[in-house]
Write a protein that binds this ligand. Sequence first.
Ligand code: GDP
Ligand code: MN
Length: 424
Amino acid sequence: MTQVYTMFRRFLRPARRLPIWLILSISAPFIFEVLLHQRRYNVAKPASELDTPFFTSCQEPDVSAKRENAVLVMLARNYELEKANKTINSIDAHFNRWFNYPILFLNDEPWDQKFIDELNKTTRGLATFDVIPKDEWTFPKGVDVNAAKQSIKEQGEAGIPHAGEEGYHHMCRFYSGKFYTLEAMKKYRWYWRLEPDVDFTCAISYDPFVQMARHKKVYGFTIALWEVGQSCPGLFRSISEWKELMGIPDNNLWKAMVSASWVPYPFRRFLSWQSHRDSYGDSWSLCHYWSNFEIADMEFFRTRAYQDLFEYLDKKGGFYFERWGDAAVHSLAVALLVDPRKVHHFEDFGYRHAFLWQCPANAPGGQLPDSPLLGSGAWSPELENGIGCRCECDGKTNRNHPGYCLNKLKQPNSIKRPWFTWFL
Ligand code: GDP
Ligand code: MN
C-alpha cells in the first residue's frame, strides 16, 4: 500500500510544480470539448411518452375484423418437436385461437413426418412446412470456407456461446438477411417470430399486426438486454462505417445505443482500435432487442438500405469469423434507419424464453370476466398500474430481468444526464 502511495506521489510531482492556473488553462479546452461531446449524444426529453401500449386492459377479440397480411414463423430443428409444440400450444391458447393467422415452419433440413403430423394437429391445420434452399443457409461467396470453419472451432474453444456450432452461424446470417427475401416469405408483409421453448403468459386479445399497421410501427419487441461482447467485437465498427459511407445522420435511437467516450478529442480516436467502438472512439452500449420475439414489417427489412447494409456486413465475414447475432444486427439497423417513434415495446405481453421473461401485472377492472371469447379462467391478481390481460404470473410486476438495458432503449429521453452537464 505504501509503495503504491509513493509511486502515486512521484507520478504527481512534476504536475505539482506547475502553477494551478497553467494546469487549468491547459485542461479547460479538453474538459469543455468532452462536455460538448457528451451533449451531442444526449437525447432531449419529449413532452410526452413516444410509445405507449396499444391497449392496457383486455379487449373483446374482434374476430371479424380484417387481418393484416401476416405470418407467424418459427425456425426449428426436427429434434425440437416437443419445445416447438409447447410454443404453438401457448400462442394458440393466448392469441391464435381467435385470430387464426397462418404459421410457417422453416428448417435447413427436410422435416420429419413426425414433426409435421404433430404440429399439424397443434396448429389446427394452419401450418406450412418449408425447407430453406441450401444456398441461403451457407457461407457467402468469396469466403475461405476452411478458414471460416477453423475460426468457428476456435470461437467454440474460447467459450463464446453457440459460436462453435456452424449451424448457429448460418442461422444468424440467415435471419439477418436472407430470411426476408425467402420465397416462402415473399407473400407476407408482417411476421411474428417464434422459437421453440417460449411461453406467452397473458391473453393477447387484440391483433398486434393491425395495431402495428394502424400506428405506423415498424419493429416490435418484448425484451432488451446486453449482447455478449465477445461474440461481435467488430460489428458496431462495421455498421458505423456503413453509416458514414451512406452519410446517415444520428437519430435519437442511435444516440441511445452509443456510450459517448469521456476521453477528449483528439485522444479518443486512439480508442478506436478497441472492440465495439467506431472510428471516433465512441462505443456501442451492447444494448439490443432480443430477436427470438419480433413482430415487424418486412417492408423495412426488404428496403434497399437494409439489404445493402446486410450485404456490406456479409462481405466483412463477421457472421463466421466472429459470431454476429441477428438480434444485434437487427437492433443496430433499426436504431440507424428507423424513426424511434416507429419502434414498439409490447410491454403488455407476457413472454418467456430461456431464463428471461417479461410479465406485466393485470389491469385493475380490465379483465372482462364475462367475455364469451376469452372464456372463464384464473389469472393473477389485478394490481395498481397493471396493464396486462389475464396474465398468469403470480402477480409479479417486474418486467424483464433486473439490470438490463430496456429503459435506455425504450426511452432514449430518460437517460440521466450527469449533474455537471446540467448547465449545457
Ligand atoms: P439462442 O436463443 O440464441 O440460444 O439460440 P437457439 O438455439 O434458440 O436458436 C435460435 C433459433 O434458431 C431457434 O428457433 C432454433 O430452432 C434455430 N436454429 C439454431 N440453429 C439451427 C440450425 O442449425 N438449424 C435449424 N433448422 N434451426 C436452427
Ligand atoms: Mn432461443
